[in-house]
Design a protein around this ligand. Sequence first.
Ligand code: DGJ
Length: 722
Amino acid sequence: MSILFDPSTSVFHLSNDRVSYIFRLAGGKYPMHVHWGRRVRKVTDRMIERRTIWTEETFSLNETAFDFLPMECPTFAGDLREGMIHVIHENGMSALLLEYESHRIMTGKPALGALPSARGEGAESLLLTLRDKVSGVAVELCYTIYSDVDVIARSARIINGGKTAVTVDKALSACVDFEGYDFNLTTLSGAWTRERQMYTRPLVPGDQGTSSTRGASSVQTSPFMMLARKDATEERGEVYGFALCYSGGFEASVHVDQHFISRAQIGIQPFNFSWQLQPGEDFQTPEAYLCYSCEGMGGMSRSFHALVHNHITTGKFAHSTRPILCNNWEATYFDFNEEKLLSLALCAKEADIDLFVLDDGWFGHRNGDNSSLGDWFDDLNKLPKGLRHLSDEIHALGLKFGLWIEPEMISVDSELYRAHPDWCIHVPGYPRIEYRNQLVLDLSRDEVRDHIVDVIIAALDRGNVDYVKWDMNRFINMWGSASLPAQRQQELGHRYILGVYDMMRRITQAFPDVLFESCAGGGGRFDLGMMCFMPQGWCTDDTDAWMRCKIQHSTSFVFPPSTMGAHVSAVPNHQTGRSTPLATRAAVAMSGTYGYEFDLTNLPAEEIAEIRKLNKRVRQLQPLLFYGDYYRLVSPYEGNEAAWMTVSGDKREAVVTHVCAQAVPNMKDKLMRLAGLDPNLTYRDEDTGMTYGGDELMYYGIIIKKPWGDYMSQQFYLKAID
Ligand code: DGJ
């Protein structure tokens, strides 16, 4: 892995054993993209002449050269396409002509101030400073290349080096121009209980992409896009993935221009965003991850998974297995008391579960979703002896104890709101529009954050908790802060997210031994920003096994199973009314962090026994399922079946899971080819004792028995025997 600068050609070449990212300072000044893809050993004149040949002498601002050159950091100066950074000067006019000033190559990577970002073990970074000579505004582009993952991390820092204030009204993190538009674009869109559904279409001239204006990465979309060559498949062909380490509004876009250049960009949502920079101040963009794979979409995902495990997740649980949990939400909703909780916990213990989680409704006087958010004191009607007593009882059963919180919100019916009606985000004179009967706290304000951090830490201390589920059940509109001046109101979206990160940093650091799981009304903030603080997130409120196959399939584009909160729940399922076999619900949920979310007190003894058996299997397979290499075998978006597998790093173990939705009459057994195994090894199916060659499994296939009944699953645990 290296970052090389050749002063004779002004070429920067970032490479590891597999990938090159190359750009050149055209005319010695303007960074122009040359190549991002499979590694090339040497940057030749032919490569740099193509599109970026542009010397001091031939450069003329009267040519529309910028408009078709592959800019690394376009700014709407000469280039008429959408830029990456847009700045308005004190005179109200906007211009930014960025020229090379200096660069620095460092081992590791710099931290991004208050923003979360990937760590830099085994990495090298290039800091490239560009400056607009007229205004003094500078942009520092940061590029990081890793030796272990095929990801380039990019971000930008805008520095007001001038003498007057400027307003930044667009600050994206990365831009790459590709020649041609021979790509399929995949983005993830959805809704509550059907998050991150996969949508693929060919690029066309003009604009396309995905974005969120909701103040969160959202259930409707996801800060990710993938450009795949038209011949790319799961395991073959070129794929470019873009993901953002950010939990607020974002934009990921591709503009195919008049010359069929495809400009891909990703960063903070520019709508309703601006940031004032006084002389000497700077603005840091979130970090974007640009992943190149020549091994199809599967290769991209395995790189992203390694990025998450090796550089993003942190803390005690980041690289370990997780406790099997039982959450009371779908078992009781708001209708519980201590007695009911303890009888559920007792059954959880009998079922060999590790952790009991008390979800929403334990505080204030919250018997529905219309009160008490902000009042983080125990509801003594439901828990007459308080949270600590319940926690002690649960610990006495030999279970760990977990607690739900929603620190970012406030109910109008709360003591907090009565004391501080201006602490919520609102626009004076306009109605305070509630969603899920709640308002959002203005976390840009220090005093609001300080108060919430104090009361939440007190509650978690009181509950002596081992696990926390941090929820966030509404998105934000009507943006207004009682504490920001008029010209800074459009900073609120980003300041809110910085406030969330600040609270998460303080609260998670106060409890280093506690496992934290993020959640947002299901999977409404399932993003890399959250993963920097919490190693797992609740993937969706949809616990239906078949819908989960789809959601987990597309979530796995970026996220490994160790990050995906997944539970076995009741049948008929509470979100779809569908009934699926327990074995299938478990097979799907164990490709996530695994737990149960239904009333165990009503289960027949045989089912409790079945759950004990399943838990044994989960404990045995979890290290492999979490940290092995992930292969998607059959896409549930293409038909009636889904299949995926995980292979250990040394290829000596694998778990294969296949689910068939509807049984069809007169079906035959099927052959399914596996992936990622060692062709020269012999594997034994640990459940049946049957043996197979790795070559046989990958090049011929394994037999999938025709299902008898709907939503049947088959799982194979394979171990090498030679
Ligand atoms: C939304 C979450 O996704 C659910 O699991 C549950 O915690 C509810 N909120 C509680 O209000």
